[in-house]
Design a binder for this molecule. Structure first.
Ligand code: TGC
Ligand code: FAD
Length: 390
């Protein structure tokens, strides 16, 4: 990880602006100095290194594309993707913290909130003074969030919220949570729930073998009184949380390339250094096949994802295009992690190399933000017009 230089087989750099390159260098230098030296330690401890939060804010990892008037970095979608790629080249858990804060907490407040809510919450989220979480998944409703049972009732001057969310990134230490719940008519709305509200607890989920450098937990609501001004007024229905997922899934498509690049980079270097039968293993055809296929798949993903970024900059990327990219790139990264592990032989199972950590992390990434299966079915629906979900 320390010696990483970047791999750009089709001169994609020609397509980047000076600003994109500056964003990348800034993020890369920060990751190298502040994160790479400590990531294995925190992964083993099973916790997120919260001391790096201000540094993440400095490189624009909290709200990269949120306008500067609300504290965001005001960058375009390609820069957003580049930051995600550099973070996930280090660790998917690090990228997760950024994805949740930016696309699942700041984005809905920016897009679905009113001006008072934007001014109240966004600047503190942009600096990392406040950390947010996003509650959509429930114990009995994962791929099918529309079936959620978490609900709120009108109690005059406030709402009363009941239910529980599960598998929530950053829940154990979040200051606020954007929570999706049904009103008395069964319509889904977003509510901002704040730590300290009576009846709101965030128990941590232990025993994860994946995404260990990210804290995951529940959001439990036991008759929580939520002020009426905490309801996001400008969009409701399942399309509201799904709109946030579009933005996060796009970032994951870039991020997964980062994890793949780190595995490839490590495998390529190892194969040139490791001598067996009197020659570097890089000279054996079977190892070349693995490495050549890795860089081919990475390059295809880079092209797909850059084009998706252009479409998003123009505001015309479809949800189905985002699903295809998320699905393809995460599966690609996981395949590369498995092959890279083999190239490292026994060394590949240790924490001397980042491979197993990426591989374990990617098992979460291929499940969250819509599973590999669900994204295939979204493509299936898009091309046939027939829904296979129900
Ligand atoms: P369906 O009937 O298809 O759609 C309901 C309404 O939503 C609209 N819609 C979208 N709107 C915006 N963006 C999208 N991507 C949208 N997809 C659909 C749709 O037009 C409709 O609108 P309306 O006005 O007609 O009501 O809904 P369905 O119940 O059949 O479900 C569709 C399905 C399965 C694709 C969807 O529910 C889904 O994507 N499931 C996967 C769940 C998921 O991704 N959960 C992620 C939880 S968050 C998370 O994992 C964070 S990890 C973060 C980290 O740590 O990095
Ligand atoms: P299920 O929906 O129970 O799926 C189980 C299996 O069935 C999967 O293989 C799935 O593909 C398959 N399946 C389901 N439906 C179909 C179908 N119609 N056709 C074919 N196959 C199907 N959620 C949040 O809201 N916020 C977060 O911050 C968050 N962070 C997470 C962090 C981590 C580390 C993890 C692991 C998860 C996180 N999630 C979060 C939850 C995540 O989004 C869900 O795990 C995911 O949506 C899948 O739901 P599930 O686990 O209940 O699986």
């Amino acid at each position: 990880t320390d010696q990483y230089q970047g791999h750009d087989y089709f001169d994609m750099d020609d397509l980047l602006s000076d600003e994109h390159k500056l964003v990348r260098e800034t993020a890369r230098a920060w990751v190298k100095k502040e994160m790479s030296p400590i990531i294995e330690e925190y992964f083993e401890k099973g916790t997120f290194p919260r001391q790096v939060i201000p540094g993440m804010a400095d490189i624009g990892a909290f709200g990269p594309y949120i306008p500067e008037e609300y504290g965001g970095a005001g960058l375009d979608q390609i820069s957003y993707g580049i930051i995600m790629q550099e973070l996930e080249r280090c660790d998917s858990g690090l990228r997760s913290t950024s994805s949740v804060q930016s696309s699942l907490v700041m984005y809905p407040i920016w897009k679905y909130g009113n001006e008072e809510q934007r001014k109240k919450y966004l600047p503190k989220l942009a600096t990392g003074e406040h950390i947010g979480s996003f509650g959509l998944t429930e114990p009995d409703h994962g791929s099918n969030p529309g079936g959620m049972v978490t609900n709120f009732k009108d109690a005059g001057d406030h709402y009363v919220l009941n239910g529980a969310k599960m598998w929530i990134s950053n829940s154990p230490f979040c200051d606020i949570a954007v929570v999706w719940a049904k009103n008395e008519e069964g319509r889904i709305h977003g509510l901002i729930v704040e730590r300290g509200m009576e009846g709101f607890t965030t128990p941590e989920t232990h025993g994860k073998w994946s995404l260990r450098a990210s804290n995951t937990g529940e959001l439990v609501f036991d008759n929580v009184k939520v002020p009426k001004e905490n309801l996001l007024p400008n969009k409701s229905g399942l399309g509201a949380p799904l709109g946030c997922l579009d933005s996060a899934r796009y970032g994951i498509a870039w991020g997964a390339i980062g994890a793949a690049l780190d595995c490839y980079d490590s495998a390529l270097r190892y194969s040139k250094e490791r001598i067996q039968f009197g020659r570097p293993i890089a000279g054996f055809q079977l190892q070349q096949k693995k490495l050549a296929e890795m860089i081919t798949e990475i390059t295809k993903a880079q092209l797909l994802t850059f084009r998706l970024g252009q479409l998003r900059n123009e505001g015309r990327a479809t949800s189905a295009q985002i699903s295809m990219a998320k699905r393809n790139n995460v599966a690609m990264a996981l395949d590369i992690a498995r092959e890279a592990r083999q190239i490292h032989g026994a060394m590949g199972i240790t924490n001397e190399y980042p491979i197993m950590r990426h591989m374990m992390n990617l098992e979460s990434v291929i499940t969250y933000e819509g599973t590999h299966d669900i994204h295939l079915l979204i493509t299936g629906l898009d091309i046939t017009g027939e829904s296979a979900f129900t």
